[in-house]
Design a protein around this ligand. Sequence first.
Ligand code: SDX
Length: 421
Amino acid sequence: MSETVKLTYKDKNYEFPLIEGSEDEKGIDIKTLRAETGLITYDPGYKNTGSCKSAITFLNGEEGILRYRGYSIEDLCDKASFLEVAFLLIFGDMPTAKELDLMNSEIRKDSLVDEDLKSILKSFPKSAHPMGVLSSLTSGLIAFNPTSVDIESEEDMREAIIMLMAKFPILASWTHRKVKGLPLNYANTSLSYVENIAHMMFKLPHQDYEPSPVVVNALNKLLILHADHEQNCSTSTVRIVGSSHAGLFASVSAGISALWGPLHGGANQAVIEMLEAIKADGGDTKKYMAKAKDKNDPFRLMGFGHRVYKNFDPRARIIKKAADEVLNELGVNDPVLEIAKGLEKETLNDPYFIDRKLYPNVDFYSGIIYRALGIPTEMFTVMFALGRLPGWIAQWSEMRRNNEPIGRPRQIYTGSKHRSI
Ligand code: SDX
């Protein structure tokens, strides 16, 4: 008999199975809790609640470990391309040369979006936040690709996946071009997946453009590091929207909106805005640390803390090192990098941050690289979404392949009892 967990309630004893994952994670299987006891659980923010079983990403927050399908992000950053990592996350193994070539050619064939999508883009004011534009364009894709909605077979699933992997970077690059007031570029299918992203974002109509290895390598690393992160807020959104059998594009559009929030992916934009404010305020990091610790002050040190990592976010370590390398290679001297390093150093010796295990997370240094690459601050979270796309796709596919039930949590009602008008 597998291990069980005993519960006593109103002098009655209950037993529930203990389920165990491949990395020794254990959970109480409470699928029958309400039917047997009449009780539900209460866990705001789902801090202690597993929503699914997943074979995609493993992270250990205490030890600062992050692996995609068993491969460490350190290895993948050093040895793989972003498209290989996308294949790994979505299909479960690293691609053979043949599989990668096939995926590449299918994506290249699909690297075009309906011209009428430009009218959705044009309808936005230049001041529109790029995440709102990207979410709308992604949803707009459905109208021009209706076959992506009803997924009845593996072939349907693959077709929708390839379509989104091909068209999403175009929409993201168009969002960037809108912010910069520049004409839109089309995909250049003679380039690699990441070179093409750089091309569509940065190629100016009156100049030749050759994606520099520094830019491509930096983007490749950043996209890999953002590719998946198990059941975070936006991925859980993609899964729960998809659990109603809404299509992949609609589910990802919802995920983009969840990622937009400053407590989630929007933090990378908030970090740079915070560092700029500290710089404008004479670089007084101690003043902002005091604000972050003051319970009466809503200010939080953006880019610090994490729901799961109670150690250094392993992605922050890699991005911090890459920030130094990229700025040196591009000959960029960004004073906010020194302010960021100063903040990190001070928090590592501050009891408030130590006691709460608040360390720099993935968003703390990423904006410094994006800025050095010439990407506007309000576009940083779009870059996060570009990286997270294969993770969202992988998680959505797993949820559908596992025929998971529609997501519908319970509640503890605290409102008025029955009353008459
Ligand atoms: C991402 O989940 C993922 O995997 C997300 C992500 C991914 O890849 O998908 O990793 C990407 O979203 C990274 C996180 C980016 N967000 C930020 O950097 C925003 C700043 N950080 C926080 O707001 C906060 O740390 C969260 C939202 C990230 C986590 O919040 P939790 O787990 O709900 O923790 P909490 O709010 O309960 O905080 C615990 C304590 C509280 O103090 P006490 O009430 O115990 O005294 O720590 C304090 C908080 O006030 N605290 C902070 C803080 N973060 C937490 N205090 C100051 N500054 C901060 N940044």
